[in-house]
Design a binder for this molecule. Structure first.
Ligand code: NDP
Length: 488
């Protein structure tokens, strides 16, 4: 499992492997605590070189000016190559963020599907001929913005990097990807594959390094015309401030504290599966994790008891082992953060019904493992119910009345996602429309499609990724009036 660390790995600038000049970054395998690979990071000179390469490629028009079907051909080829490399990509992600191999495989396939989807969107993109109100033709066209910075987190890098790269490239931009320092490998690997699929040099560049050393200078760089960011709300807000100062567009996919609601008339078996997977799949390291569970009182005890049973039975283990239900958390620092929140919950009077500790199994002691945790007895105002823990911690709260439930569910700074379980379709629709969330699931959870817009309300973000309009996020709208007066 622990191959000798690869050292040092290069950056990707102007279509070529480049030697970074910054400090070496160790990628730690959270299942073992060992270094899985070593990466060179970028200095300000490397950032300049990448921005220059991207800017010049855009100015040359080698990608921007290609016809959409020509760009689509390259994106289709990228999709094919990503699918071919899925197994390698899956192992790479697993060795850096500890997600199970099964989930990493799914995400590698999803990355290929995302490129295929945006290749199709690219091939079928249209401008608009708008209804004239005078003697002219009025057209609206969608043009690439220029050089776009894509900044990604560690929880699902394969999926998220593809989700930003594919539409940004489909729109005709040149891009610079800055992956998380926890998972520097997948962005570099994806970048190489997409370049080899036929992108002209300079159109796709990858810079590894920390948020402060590489992310922040990129966001401030005068040649960067747009920023697309996924990560924590505090970082997103800091980036938005800089973007506001520079008056450039920014797309932000931020955190969540999603309410998951079970009414007394729900199908109990399906609700247990949905609620359990909604928080404990990926160990809650998912922006849409259903981390606040509201259960209508008549069903409360039976549902919570079933969840406790499932949590205690969840098998933690090496992520490559098919018998492991879940692996470790993505990093040791992150586990400490999760533990801190569980201590806060205890101090606020929360009763730990399951988990609340590292596993006792000695064979897991070298990894960043943490048991799935269920807490009751907290008020919705407690910090563990208000702040994003991003870990395997479920806070359960009973409710009696729909009006009060909706008030509590919406009493959050976040508005990314929500789920509800009921057999009453009128109630489902009524409640779904009142929930302040960018995505609402009814009798299902964590169902995500590249064809469906995704993003958050309130402090969960700005803009919508995915779907046909996902390309427009990376485009500038231009309206052209062509006079028909005094015709030839
Ligand atoms: P961050 O928001 O800090 O990091 C996300 C990305 O932004 C990383 O590539 C990071 O670089 C980069 N970054 C950090 N600071 C800056 C900056 N000032 N300017 C530009 N880029 C920057 O997330 P964390 O990894 O620290 O996680 C913190 C919390 O955020 C999590 O516990 C969770 O609550 C939330 N989160 C939400 C995610 C989501 O999907 N919505 C995903 C990940 C985290 P680097 O890490 O290399 O320093």
């Amino acid at each position: 499992m622990s191959a000798a660390p690869e050292t040092p790995a290069p950056l990707l600038i102007n279509g070529e492997a480049a030697t970074g000049h910054g400090p070496i970054l160790d990628a730690i395998d959270p299942a073992t605590g060992r270094v899985s690979a070593r990466y060179q990071t970028a200095t300000s000179a490397d950032i300049e070189a990448a921005v220059k390469a991207a800017r010049e490629s855009f100015a040359r028009g080698t990608w921007r000016d290609k016809k959409p079907h020509e760009r689509a051909t390259v994106l289709f080829e990228a999709s094919r190559r990503i699918a071919e490399a899925a197994e390698v990509l899956a192992h790479l992600q697993m060795s850096q963020n500890g997600k199970t191999l099964k989930e990493c495989r799914t995400q590698a396939k999803a990355a290929a599907a995302t490129f295929r989807y945006f290749a199709s969107v690219c091939e079928t993109m249209e401008g608009d001929l708008t209804t004239p109100r005078g003697d002219y033709l009025s057209m609206t066209v969608y043009e690439p913005i220029g050089v776009v910075a894509l900044i990604t987190p560690w929880n699902s890098p394969l999926a998220m990097e593809a989700q930003k790269l594919a539409p940004a490239l489909a729109a005709g931009n040149s891009v610079i990807l800055k992956p998380s320092e926890i998972t520097p490998g997948t962005g570099l690997a994806l970048g190489r594959i997409v370049c080899e699929a036929g992108l002209p040099p300079g159109v796709l560049n990858v810079l590894n390094g920390t948020g402060l050393a590489v992310g922040d200078p990129l966001v401030r760089h005068k040649e960067i015309g747009m920023i697309s960011f996924t990560g924590g709300t505090a970082t997103g807000r800091a980036i938005a401030r800089i973007a506001a100062e520079r008056l450039i567009p920014v797309a932000l996919e931020l955190g969540g504290k999603s309410p998951h609601i079970v009414f007394a008339d729900a199908d109990l078996d399906r609700a247990v599966d949905g609620v359990f997977g909604g928080i404990f799949d990926a160990l809650g390291q998912s922006c849409v994790a259903g981390s606040r569970l509201f259960v209508e009182r008549p069903l409360y005890r039976s549902l919570v008891d079933r969840l406790i049973e499932r949590a205690n039975a969840l098998m933690l283990g090496p992520p490559a082992d098919p018998a492991s239900g879940q692996g470790p958390l993505a990093s040791f620092a992150h586990r400490e953060r999760v533990e801190h929140y569980v201590e806060l919950a205890r101090a606020d009077g929360g009763r730990i019904l399951a988990g609340g500790a590292r596993p006792e199994d000695a064979s897991l002691s070298q990894g960043a493992y943490y048991r799935p945790t269920i807490i009751e007895g907290l008020a919705n105002e407690a910090r563990a119910c208000r702040e994003e823990i991003f870990g395997p911690v479920l806070c359960v709260l009973p409710f009696d009345h729909e009006t009060d439930l909706i008030k509590q569910a919406n009493d959050s700074a976040y508005g990314l996602a929500a789920g509800l379980w009921t057999r009453d379709i009128s109630k489902a629709w009524r409640v779904a429309r009142q929930l302040e969330a960018g995505t609402v699931w009814i009798n299902t959870y964590r169902e995500l499609s590249i064809a469906t817009p995704f993003g958050g309300m309130k402090e969960s973000g700005l803009g919508r990724e995915k779907g046909r309009q996902g390309v427009r996020l990376y485009a500038s709208t231009k309206s052209i009036y062509l006079s028909l007066a005094g015709g030839a």
